[in-house]
Design a protein around this ligand. Sequence first.
Ligand SMILES: *[C@@H]1O[C@H](CO)[C@@H](O)[C@H](O)[C@H]1NC(C)=O
Ligand SMILES: *[C@@H]1O[C@H](CO)[C@@H](O)[C@H](O)[C@H]1NC(C)=O
Ligand SMILES: *[C@@H]1O[C@H](CO)[C@@H](O)[C@H](O)[C@H]1NC(C)=O
Ligand SMILES: *[C@@H]1O[C@H](CO)[C@@H](O)[C@H](O)[C@H]1NC(C)=O
Ligand SMILES: *[C@@H]1O[C@H](CO)[C@@H](O)[C@H](O)[C@H]1NC(C)=O
Ligand SMILES: *[C@@H]1O[C@H](CO)[C@@H](O)[C@H](O)[C@H]1NC(C)=O
Length: 691
Amino acid sequence: MGIARFIRTLMFLLFLSSNTFKSSVLAKTTTTKFTFRGFKGNQTEIQTGGESVIEHNDDLLRLTNRDHNVTGTAFYRKPIRFRDNNNNKVCSFSTSFVFVIIPSSPGNGGFGFTFTLSPTPNRPGAESAQYLGLLNRSNNGDPSNHVFAVEFDTVQGFKDGDDRRGNHIGLNFNNLSSDVQEPLIYFDTEDRKEDFQLESGKPIRALFDYDGPSETLNITIYPTRLRYKPKKPLLSQRVPKLSEIVEDQMYVGFTAATGKGQSSAHYVMGWSFAVCGENPIADLLDLSELPRPPKNTSLSNKKGYDSQVIALIVSLSIVTLFLLVLLFIFVIYKRQVQEGEVLEDWELDYPRRFSYRDLYLATEKFKASEIIGFGGFGIVYRGNLPSSGPIAVKKITPHSLQGVREFVAEIESLGRLGHKNLVNLQGWCKHKNDLLLIYDYIPNGSLDSLLYETPRRNGAVLPWDVRFEIIKGIASGLLYLHEEWEQIVIHRDVKASNVLVDADMSAKLGDFGLARLYERGTLTQTTKVVGTLGYMAPELTRNGKGSTASDVFAFGVLLLEIVSGKRPTDTENFFLADWVMDFHTNGGILRAVDPKLGSSFNGREAKLALAVGLLCCHQKPMARPTMRIVLRYLNGDEDVPQINGNLGFSDSLRDDSRSNVVGYVSSDIASSSNTFSTFSEVSSGSLVDGR
Ligand SMILES: *[C@@H]1O[C@H](CO)[C@@H](O)[C@H](O)[C@H]1NC(C)=O
Ligand SMILES: *[C@@H]1O[C@H](CO)[C@@H](O)[C@H](O)[C@H]1NC(C)=O
Ligand SMILES: *[C@@H]1O[C@H](CO)[C@@H](O)[C@H](O)[C@H]1NC(C)=O
Ligand SMILES: *[C@@H]1O[C@H](CO)[C@@H](O)[C@H](O)[C@H]1NC(C)=O
Ligand SMILES: *[C@@H]1O[C@H](CO)[C@@H](O)[C@H](O)[C@H]1NC(C)=O
Ligand SMILES: *[C@@H]1O[C@H](CO)[C@@H](O)[C@H](O)[C@H]1NC(C)=O
């Protein structure tokens, strides 16, 4: 019995001592500590919400994927005691995590994520985008939120118009407008700052240390490629507000969000945390102990295919590709052997060569009902390619093999022209004696039909602002041809029916470049002057050689036509520039504006346009402005010179009160012996010097 008693006494003593031990520890508040080196097997430890998941394959915590307008939250499962039992102050704490942000495309990532202390293990009602899955527009700033967050923001501030930059961190107390914010940098040495990008796709380490007694929060953030911790924290800040926010027990975790337009995938590779007790220090997260960082490319398959399936698909694709390449080489080889004499080097070049069969099917066998125009050089068909959608196909028949050769050479250079106000040439095709050019299909048809077809499809008159934009569009297209491409291209047939109007009512110049072949006689038996009566500059009837100045002339006529809604060759003896000039000299130039517009046009712009039109129609080529100057006038960058008197237009319709001016254009043969003009320069820019 003695032994039994002894044991009982011993147990009693043990019980007592353990109790006193316990109570002394309670008074001190124990440290709560956890460490995730990757999240494998920790599904139950983390409460996820929204889009957040722990990825099975690679052990990463993914807060959001790159879907648009989503949120995600991930909190440690248990609430954690944050206040010291003795003095009820917020305990010291320390946390460390490694994260990766992969934007959907460089520079288009968003919106960011937060490290959060929250009274709840999720954020119900929180919104995406700038609310970062933390708060929403109605509870933002509410003191009853009791949330503290450090935001890692990759997008311009909380509200548009705020002057804050993206790529910063901020301290948020119940409010997504940060009290403190700092752009992302680390201190390379004591005072040398290096900045870096959050959305780099590379792992970044964050270390937070909060010292309870001094109420100071230190934050250090740096790319993991740095092997050492920077000497100085990015931010060392007293945060007394924290004690208003932190309740006895808090949840710790992350929230993240993407936006409607901007999105990133946000990942956490590892996370350690420690709070309360003596000097709590979160465990170090050695990169070698963490899972591999997420791969940028593997993001596209959100379903998370098995890696074996992916491997199978990849290897199958490689085999297929290999076979295709073999087949391709074989076909080329066979063609070269069999048709070596047919296939000539000049046929292989850029732009893309279409197969005749495709075009034949696309245009429903070149059916008459698919014809959408008779261009200067051939018939234009509408077509529909299964691969690239609607196209316009121009069919041209040159007259000799030499023609074909020159034609293809020309096409090669045209194919490299590219400007938003030029109809895009997609490619070409040769079939027997026919050559086919494939252009983008422009839905609204030609300017010609928009100006004169009444009523238009929607019954409306082409409004003034559209007309003015079309004028500017044509001008910048011509400027590109004249000055901005590698060689000068003269259009030679600027006219309303060669201007196409896109779905957004922007102008696109068509039929450029072909005129050269036409002039050389490639497309006809004889060399002839190219152009359309009414748009042809007077010098063309003499030397037949087109120049940039003759394009400017035609542009001038077209401009007057667009403003006045009047065809340049209404009747035999009518010349549009003369007609407008008459209004000008009688002081009422605005009477030339299309009567269909009524009074709904901008008088200043109309005056400007008419004046520029008149200047371009100057009978002397040297006196016309260049397209560069024309655009400067139209954009208001330069004042238009006053037009005093006559610019050398025909006098046939006018009384000869200004008989010192002689000169004829239009349907009459030009004879311009004594033509002169009078400018009084308003601005310093001289028309002639400007060339
Ligand atoms: C996470 O899971 C691993 C493996 O099951 C385990 O060793 C580790 O303790 C867990 N971590 C936490 C913080 O629960
Ligand atoms: C974002 O998603 C929420 C619901 O998830 C929806 O109410 C909201 O309209 C969406 N916002 C945008 C801009 O698509
Ligand atoms: C904002 O969040 C609060 C708290 O979760 C919720 O009660 C409220 O309905 C949310 N408001 C909106 C507009 O979503
Ligand atoms: C949130 O913070 C901003 C900036 O500090 C402040 O203008 C705004 O009033 C705050 N919101 C609320 C509801 O307190
Ligand atoms: C991710 O991949 C895309 C295309 O695969 C690439 O354009 C982008 O630069 C990559 N982003 C990063 C951060 O590596
Ligand atoms: C915070 O940073 C300052 C300045 O580097 C340092 O003196 C202080 O000891 C740091 N405090 C903590 C809690 O790490």
